[in-house]
Design a protein around this ligand. Structure first.
Ligand code: ATP
Length: 921
């Protein structure tokens, strides 16, 4: 309790005492002091607790149902007097366990490293300057800014407040927003102090300035984290399907084992124990133990590749969903366009100014070759420029190299540049009209207001915002230096002018103002009592060119059967013009605005989104309905967003995509994927990766499964010839294919690059299974069949060299050993062909480069090395019943992959031709 009392004290004491106690002031800490404190208190992070025991983690890979089956099988073999087989089965199990542990770790490492790629920032005051630091570097005593939409990064006391509302549900479980204030007041409970905020909670509205009292594990969140740290693992649908698949295959394996067991007794009159061991070998060979970890690793590698291409995926699940995406609902500004606004016109009722001279934002830097736009004599123009200067949070600063830099949003930046170009000194104007308060911009009302004192003791209300939103609130207009009532005609003229620009894809931003007597104090100014009865001045016209990569990305998405729907806060005409320009829609597209949307029923909306459509002037909340409407049509929807109010849509979407550069923490938390470059093209790239990962998993599935057939056929020959054909491949040899030779190339296939044409197919259906008929057919009826033919041929080839059919097939001795070794080697060489063939599903491997996947190449080299060890190292010869091969045998073996690759190339060629003719029809 003592600690709680301390905490209360800290929130209750006079502000000066509070500063003293924390060794800080409203000018913030000095950099030096902050550094000292950082080394004293440590970084501001919630550290992960012990993540379960390592040993337990490790052992898990040895106690799955399959593994237990193998342990028991090995034990039975040992007891039945087949020590070597028992050991071999255990060896399979151990190698599999180690391998799967390694894969799981590699996968975890890959996903963990992503977390580091998304640093969070905090705005703190140090040395009386507002700067941005990494949240991790925040220390007790830091004065920091809290803004709507962002996480609060430390426990803190509020020192100035502008209607801050906080979502504390992460700590309290209560979803109601909590109002905060500067004065101490304690309602109830641990989190009930009104002037205290907590790390891990979210500012939902308003803003505040606060002083950090606790950071890192010392915060309330840290205390809770200590108690409850657990790493709940979520199983993805893909993993569930794979588990099911492994179980199914295992059951089939057990069934085949049983058939072999009974057949061995009935047909070859093997004793029961020997028959059992024989059947066991088959079961072990058939069970795909390594499948799940291989898939997890391949997903994790996909996630890593996506991260390199600016798409951070938060869970492996999303990789799969990305590949299924059928609709992308995308914002316009900044995602499809560059968010580099250049003002090219200023429109006033009786005059239009063309803004010349280049002045634009480039990577946060202003390039300035200005000609001046102002004529002091034009009062109306001066008014517009002054309102632009006053109503802005964006600043032009010079960095250490004296290069001008913009701090703020691009829309405001364009206006700051305009103001600077016109020769107006923003600071002077602010001195003349000191700012009292800001009513921040939000995407719903599409306006922003700042409130200022005037020299003669009045209040100036400066407003800027979307034209329609401002016109609706204006009752007067400036007209050649005079102010008069605004008429319907004026509004028509204004709208027509705006439409003209919008049709060219240009954006407008309107300015208005109002002067009122000073009757209230600053906290009483609200949207309701300021943003009406405005005097309309005019508007600026901005160009925001599309991102250059977007044109190709749009084409690619459309070819891949993915529909793009633009959902923007901008005006309908601007939106349509831009959408048409980048090829999202034709001129037939329907534009639905916020008002249309409000009048539509859910069913009408679902019907409407089937056609070509654009949503304009929509509020973020309406995005949720748009996402839902598409989902009702069975679409898999990816939706972008950046603001607090985008969160519901981001959560509802199958793939919620937040903007990494401009997005709020709330949006990032709600999203499944974060674009580090805010670029639409990265979404399409991520979808391509998603598709690739899935098809790679299918590729190694074919590869792993296909060798089962040539492993089974020899035993079947033996059994069903009633022992006339001696066993062409011993149980121990079957295990070696599973044990080592198969694993590494399979891993390599999981890292295969996107196959040409992967974005020319429609999205995969949600209910499509991993193991499709065509995969089964390919694994067993095609690759497996060929491998069986060549391995059986190899077996008879050796016997032929030794005089068969003149003499009987050898059933023991050197000749028998040579024949079985040859069968084993033939299977390995058929697998080499299979690994190369599996690399593509329909393109020619020669087109992608036969050796272009280094991992597969390394896997294959290992495969051959293991085979050489088995054949030539005496120790292994003893265990695996193998023997050296002659030159002629090697020539036979090396020739195997050639026809197998050529036949498969022919099949792929036919498939491509057939697809091409189908497309022509
Ligand atoms: P998108 O939704 O595609 O990102 P957008 O930037 O136009 O496009 P919002 O950010 O919701 O969408 O903005 C809606 C409208 O509000 C803009 O078209 C503009 O007219 C106006 N607006 C944007 N920024 C500001 C601002 N800082 N101050 C005042 N009005 C603004």
């Amino acid at each position: 309790m003592k600690q709680d009392d301390n905490k209360q004290d800290l929130m209750q004491i006079q502000i000066d005492d509070f500063y003293k106690q924390l060794g800080t002031s409203n000018e913030g800490l000095s950099d030096k002091e902050a550094e000292k404190r950082l080394s004293k208190y440590g970084p501001n992070v919630i550290t992960q607790g012990k993540q379960g025991s390592r040993v337990k983690d490790f052992l898990q890979h040895f106690i799955s149902v399959m593994a237990i089956l193998l342990w028991v099988s090995g034990l039975i073999s040992m007891f039945a007097g087949m020590m070597e087989l028992g050991i071999a089965i255990w060896a399979v199990n151990i190698i599999n366990g180690l391998f799967s542990y390694w894969q799981a770790r590699a996968a975890k490492k890959a996903t963990d490293s992503l977390k580091k790629m998304l640093p969070s920032y905090a705005q703190v005051i140090r040395d009386n300057k507002k700067i941005q630091i990494n949240v991790e570097d925040m220390v007790p005593g830091d004065v920091f800014q809290i803004t709507a939409g962002n996480n609060i990064s430390a426990d803190a006391r509020i020192i100035s407040n502008d209607a801050l509302e906080v979502d504390e549900s992460a700590l309290t479980g209560e979803s109601n927003l909590v109002h905060k204030q500067v004065d101490y007041q304690h309602s109830y409970g641990r989190f009930g102090i009104k002037n205290e905020v907590f790390a891990g909670t979210i500012a939902s509205a308003g803003s505040a300035l606060a002083v950090a009292t606790k950071t890192g594990m010392e915060t309330e969140l840290g205390h809770i984290a200590k108690l409850t740290q657990s790493n709940k693992k979520i199983t993805s649908p893909l993993e569930i399907e794979l588990n099911r698949l492994t179980r199914q295959i295992s059951l089939i394996a057990i069934f085949i084992g049983l058939v072999f067991f009974v057949s061995a007794i009935l047909f070859v009159h093997y004793p029961v124990a020997k028959s059992f061991i024989f059947a066991l070998g088959m079961i072990v060979a058939f069970i795909p133990e390594g499948l799940l970890p291989t898939v997890t690793l391949s997903l994790a590698q996909g996630v890593q590749r996506m991260a390199k291409k600016h798409a951070l995926v938060k869970s492996l699940n999303s990789v799969e969903t990305l590949g299924e995406t059928t609709v992308i609902a995308s914002d316009k500004t900044g995602t499809l366009t560059q968010n580099q606004m250049t003002i090219n016109h200023i429109w006033l009722l009786n005059k239009v100014y063309q803004v010349t001279g280049e002045g634009y934002l480039n990577n946060g830097e202003i390039q300035f070759k200005g000609s001046k736009v102002t004529t002091e004599s034009d009062d109306d123009l001066m008014k517009l420029l002054k309102i632009s200067a006053l109503n802005s949070d964006t600043e032009i600063k010079r960095d250490d190299n004296q290069k001008p830099k913009i701090i703020g949003t691009p829309t405001e930046a364009a206006h700051s540049i305009l103001v600077a170009k016109s020769g107006i000194d923003k600071n002077k104007i602010l001195e003349e009209f000191p700012r009292i308060k800001e009513l921040t911009f939000d995407s719903n009302r599409k306006r922003m207001t700042t409130i200022h004192h005037t020299k003669d003791g009045q209040i100036l209300i400066a407003v800027k915002g979307a034209l329609s939103s401002l016109l609706a609130k204006s009752t007067k207009i400036v007209d050649q230096g005079k102010i008069r009532d605004i008429t319907a005609d004026d509004k028509n003229i204004i709208n027509e002018a705006d439409d003209g620009y919008a049709a060219k894809g240009l954006r407008s931003l309107a300015m208005a103002y109002r002067i009122i007597p000073e009757t209230m104090n600053s906290s009483e100014y609200t949207i309701e009592n300021t943003e009406n009865d405005l005097i309309f001045i005019g508007f600026t016209v901005m160009a925001d060119p599309p991102r250059p990569e977007v044109y190709d990305a749009v084409k690619k998405a459309q070819k891949a059967g993915i529909k793009i729907i633009m959902v923007t806060g901008d005006s309908g005409l601007t939106a349509k013009s831009v959408a048409q320009k980048i090829g999202i829609v034709s001129d037939q597209a329907r534009v639905i605005t916020d008002t249309d949307l409000n009048q539509m029923s859910d069913d009408e909306l679902s019907e409407a989104v089937k056609g070509e459509i654009i949503f304009a002037r929509v509020a973020p909340e309406q995005k949720y309905r748009i996402v839902k409407a598409n989902q009702r049509n069975g679409e898999i929807v990816a939706s972008t967003g950046d603001g607090v109010n985008d969160a519901p849509a981001l959560k509802q979407a199958d793939i919620g995509i937040a903007m990494g550069m401009t997005g709020t923490d709330v949006a990032k938390d709600a999203a499944d994927m974060i674009l580090t470059d805010d670029n639409f093209a990265s979404i399409v790239t991520a979808i391509e990766e998603g598709r690739t990962v899935y098809s790679n998993i299918q590729k190694f599935l074919v590869y792993i499964l296909n060798s089962n057939l040539p492993e089974a056929i020899p035993s079947a020959l033996f059994l069903f010839s009633r022992g006339l054909i001696p066993l062409p491949l011993t149980v121990m040899q079957i295990l070696t294919v599973d044990l080592g030779t198969d694993m590494l190339p399979a891993l390599g296939l999981g890292a295969e690059q996107s196959e040409p044409g992967i974005m020319e197919k429609p999205p995969r259906a949600r209910n499509a299974h991993l193991l499709t008929k065509s995969i089964i057919w390919k694994a067993f009826g095609w690759y497996g069949l060929f491998a069986s033919i060549v391995s059986t041929a190899a077996y008879f080839f050796i016997n032929y060299l030794h005089g068969w059919p003149g003499v009987a097939l050898a059933s023991s001795g050197a000749n028998y050993r040579e024949a079985t070794t040859m069968t084993l080697a033939a299977i390995v060489f058929a697998q080499i062909a299979a690994a190369i063939n599996c690399r593509t599903q329909r393109s020619s491997v020669f087109k992608i480069g036969i050796f272009s996947n280094h991992r597969v190449v390394i896997g294959l080299i290992f495969e051959v090395l293991i085979l050489l060890f088995l054949i030539y190292v005496p120790f292994f010869q003893g265990i695996f019943d193998t023997g050296p091969l002659k030159l002629v045998n090697w020539i036979f073996l090396i020739a195997i992959p050639i026809p197998l690759i050529l036949v498969e190339e022919l099949r792929k060629w036919i498939v491509r031709k057939m697809e091409a003719t189908k497309n022509l029809k």
